[in-house]
Design a binder for this molecule. Structure first.
Ligand code: ADP
Ligand code: MG
Ligand code: MG
Length: 910
């Protein structure tokens, strides 16, 4: 007999099986519902069907699930019946249930929830009698049929211009009646809606709406499992790196009712501001409402706190009088409930020691908690909350560093609108500052079109009436999002903050016309393709493009970086090719340049002419003549970089790419080149043909160039050393490191080293002065890694060029991997894209080996990495464990690398 596994975990007053630590099994929602029960917070009783059952559903289907959990389901429902003193399926006083999804990682709104399950034509009458409120019973029934019809029976819009079929019916009934709000519909209207909904389902789906509560329950459970694989959930998983294998749990829970009248309501709140991180409790609610009403942006939600309400009124340009009478805060409206909510909010934040996102419902003067989770937040809120919680003594330094995801720092590094440009910009609308940032783009109205436009290289602002989970992909590619409806907790706002995307929601003066593909605002019409700018920190919408300026490392961000530096063991340098890049790198805290690519300087201005002259030269004399023209230009570049990096090391790589990259390949440009160089077109063509290689990546490049044309190495070494001496004369502390690329044998290294040392001797003799410099190599061919001990005997430093090392070790190039790598990754052939995150088991082994061998040959050898991987947090963790001295990455990733290096040091502590 196999041992019985437990598939269902109950939570309630009498007993709670799970707790917050069981997220893997119970999903985040289920685990936290259990934890809240344990904390003594009022939560409607229920049970959680664990995530492993979802896997059974995906692999073996519905019947297998029923067989597996039927007995436990009966017990689970009996538990809830016991707790609530009502019977599921009882027509006179029915127990109603909600069926809610919940995976390990929170996926807000990505999967489906069904409320008021258990209703049918008999039960609705019982519910009405029992509550003494017929309208409430029919409102609940109407919602149930609508949600069930959508989620379980699959009645959805057919095309993207279509509205939700149920909403179309609701709108028709409202119009007939001449009302605007759901709350203005009376019992008869609601009865009519239920009949029409059922008729619509019958007509479009070809099946009757199920009346048996148990049939309803099984249908809903299966639909939640099914929703794990719906498109929007898939997209969300893809964007957030959530494995498909996790599955979702299902929570079945007794209903509490926010739609029982004016003493009931439902809301969402955050223990701190998810946009800015400010330590201010805030939230939104609606009276006489249920479920997603608040986030769906159907009615204008009210603020939970008085402070929030006043701030909102100011932004929405609502007078204090109007605010107090029409949109009072919960604090004013139900002071007792408000106090209970604040107590719960404080308890939860303290318990989880993190900002919480909570969902609650008020049923006739009684407060119920329906969800708590660590709230999604913007990158800047992440930083501020971590640093404030550190100062408040809630978390320690290590935890503060762990709380910020390195990638999210990107948002703080984005440009902001230039205050001067804002002054002259034309403000056309105002909405809620739902997610900060500065964004300019062309208006598009549909998510799929946003994707299309972005694919064509355009910058877009997605403008919607409101967003829904289907819009996810479009939102993720847009520069920013503008919605006409919805509050600070609307779908658009929550998702945008999670993505760190600029968003303005609830800009009520914006009228979107999807069919005409235009929006009207302030008497003017803006069409698809028109430019607008959004300031997500103020809620201002501007016409046209507003200019931006660079962000700075100040305040909490700066403090976080200092804290990171006090923990990290790895040094962080930047890859920078120009004095401007060097300056940015330094401002972001780079402690040197790990890679300066000299060839990037070859493309600037008319330098390419001299480069081409060199390439066309028939002999060494001709090449030297061209190189002499390049020498002063390179020298002045290096001077600028040394000046910026005063006191910090600068690693300069000698010429690396194959020469064909410097000549034009199309006839039009070849003609221009022929004209400029004053040679016949045929000569150019011949030389271009000469330079053609079948596999340039493995061709005549790297030190192979310097070995066949030593005069190139000579010129570059001279430019570096003369620049160094010139700067030294100006009192600048120059730390030059000359790096030979693509070495595979010791002799290659020695041959190039000889040229460089000889040049140095010449330069120093001429100038009568010396300059200290290091001479090292890249380790980027597998052979170099294999013989790193003998190379280490000669080279003073190694810099791992993990881009090339990856290509050559894997046997496929980054540029050509697009044809198979995406499907490889999908099928799990490789865990990750090896060009984004180092392949630790293969390429990583070569690095480890070379580190050991290098250190054995030369104990004080300097070891760094300058490939793209130097800015990738996972790779940084690996490089930390491999005990490199430093990583080098692009200037804008330096803060990310600093934080990731600190996290690596903390996570790998013994
Ligand atoms: P999501 O994962 O999209 O947030 P939820 O499962 O949290 O979906 O359900 C959405 C909303 O439905 C909740 O915020 C709550 O307002 C409402 N809801 C869910 N279960 C219940 C319940 N048992 N009683 C009352 N309202 C509920
Ligand atoms: Mg939902
Ligand atoms: Mg929820």
């Amino acid at each position: 007999m196999p041992t019985e596994t437990k598939n269902i975990y109950v939570f309630g007053a009498a007993r709670t099986d799970g707790d917050a630590k069981m997220k893997n099994l119970l999903g985040g929602k289920g685990a936290n519902l259990a934890e809240m029960c344990r904390l003594g917070i009022a939560v409607p009783s229920g049970f959680t069907i664990c995530t492993e059952v979802c896997t059974v559903y995906t692999e073996k289907g519905q019947d297998a699930v029923v067989k597996l959990i039927e007995a436990e389901m009966l017990k689970g429902v009996a538990f809830v019946e016991q707790e609530m003193g009502k019977k599921f399926g009882d027509a006179s006083d029915p127990l109603l249930l909600s069926v809610r999804s919940g995976s390990r990682a929170s996926m807000p709104g990505m999967m489906d929830t069904i409320l008021n399950l258990g209703l049918n034509d008999d039960a609705v009458a019982g519910l009405a009698r029992k509550a003494g409120n017929e309208r409430f019973a029919w409102d609940s029934y109407r919602r149930f049929v609508q949600m069930y019809g959508d989620v379980v029976m699959g009645l959805k819009p057919v095309s993207k211009e279509d509205h939700d079929p149920f909403e179309v019916v609701i709108d028709a009934v409202k119009e007939k009646k001449g009302v605007q709000l759901d709350t203005e519909l009376d019992t008869n209207d609601l009865k009519e809606l239920v009949q029409r909904f059922k008729g619509l389902i019958r007509a479009r789906v070809g099946r009757e709406f199920p009346t048996d509560p148990w049939e309803q329950l099984w249908g809903a459970v299966m639909a939640v499992f099914q929703s794990w694989n719906n498109d929007r959930a898939k997209v969300y998983r893809e964007l957030n790196d959530i494995p498909e294998s996790w599955g979702t749990a299902v929570n079945v829970q007794a209903m509490v009712f926010g739609n029982l009248g004016d003493h009931s309501g439902t809301g969402v709140a955050f223990t701190r501001d998810a946009g800015t991180g400010e330590d201010l409790f805030n939230g939104e609610f609606l009276i006489n409402a249920q479920g997603e009403d608040v986030v769906a942006g159907i009615r204008t939600p009210q603020q939970v706190t008085l402070e929030g309400s006043r701030r909102w009124a100011k932004l929405a340009q609502v007078s204090e009088d109007e605010r107090r009478t029409k949109f009072p805060s919960l604090e004013e409206l139900m002071p007792d409930i408000y106090q209970q909510l604040v107590a719960a909010e404080k308890k939860l934040e303290k318990h989880y020691s993190d900002m919480q996102d909570i969902e609650f419902t008020i049923q006739e003067g009684r407060l119920w908690m329906l969800q708590t989770r660590n709230g999604k937040r913007t990158g800047s809120a992440m930083v501020r909350i971590a640093m404030e919680m550190l100062r408040q003594g809630i978390i320690d330094e290590k935890e503060a560093l762990r709380r910020v995801s390195p990638e999210r720092l990107n948002e703080l590094l984005h440009p902001v609108f230039d205050p001067a440009a804002i002054k002259s910009a034309k403000s056309i609308a105002h909405g809620l500052p739902a997610s900060p940032g500065a964004a300019s783009g062309q208006i598009v109205f549909f998510a799929d079109e946003a994707e299309e436009w972005v694919r064509k290289g355009k910058a877009v602002i997605l403008v919607r009436q409101e967003t829904s989970p289907e819009d996810l992909r479009g939102m993720s590619v847009a520069q920013g999002i503008l919605t006409a409806r919805g509050g600070m907790t609307s779908h658009a706002a929550v998702v945008a903050r999670g993505m760190g995307k600029c968003c303005i929601s609830g800009a009520g003066s914006v009228h979107v016309d999807y069919h005409a593909r235009s929006m009207a605002v302030g008497g003017k019409t803006y069409k698809e393709g028109d430019w607008i700018s959004l300031d997500g920190s103020t809620g201002d919408v501007y016409e046209g493009r507003v200019t931006t300026k660079e962000a700075e490392l100040t305040g909490d961000f700066g403090a976080l970086m200092d804290l990171a530096d006090s923990f990290k063991k790895l040094g962080v340098r930047a890859n920078a090719d120009t004095p401007e890049d060097a300056k940015v790198a330094r401002a972001f805290g780079a402690k040197g340049i790990g890679l300066c690519r000299t060839e990037h300087m070859f493309f600037q201005g008319d330098r390419i002419r001299a480069v081409r002259e060199m390439i066309l030269a028939e002999d060494e004399a001709g090449r030297r003549k061209a190189l002499a023209k390049l020498l002063p230009m390179q020298r002045s570049d290096f001077e600028g970089i040394f000046r910026e990096m005063n006191g910090l090391p600068v690693t300069i790589r000698l010429l690396d790419p194959p020469l064909h990259e410097f000549v034009p390949h199309d006839e039009a440009n070849q003609k221009i080149m022929a004209h400029e160089m004053n040679v016949p077109l045929g000569v150019i063509k011949m030389r271009v043909d000469d330079l053609h290689e079948f596999n340039p990546m493995m061709g005549h490049r790297g030190c192979r160039l310097g070995i066949t044309y030593p005069e190139i190495t000579e010129m570059q070494a001279r430019a570096i050393l003369e620049a160094g001496l010139n700067m030294k004369a100006q009192g600048i502390d120059v730390k030059a490191e000359i790096m030979i690329p693509l070495v595979g044998t010791v002799r290659e290294f020695n041959a190039q080293a000889k040229v460089i040392r000889q040049t140095a001797a010449d330069v120093f003799a001429q100038r009568g002065e010396q300059l200290d410099y290091l001479l090292g190599t890249m380790i980027e061919t597998p052979r170099a890694a294999l013989i790193a001990d003998s190379i280490g005997g000669q080279a003073q430093f190694f810099s791992f060029g993990t881009n090339d090392l990856t290509q050559m070790t894997m046997g496929f190039s980054r540029d050509d991997s697009g044809k198979f790598l995406p499907s490889y990754l999908k099928d799990g052939m490789y865990e990750r894209d090896p060009f984004q995150s180092i392949d630790q088991k293969g390429v990583g082994l070569l690095v480890q080996m070379a580190v050991e061998k290098g250190r054995k040959a030369r104990p004080d050898i300097k070891l760094g990495v300058c490939g793209e991987h130097g800015g990738d947090p996972l790779s940084i963790d690996f490089f930390h464990r491999t005990k490199l001295n430093y990583v080098s990455c692009s200037p804008f990733r330096v803060p990310i690398a600093r934080l990731a290096a600190a996290q690596a040091a903390i996570d790998n502590e013994a």
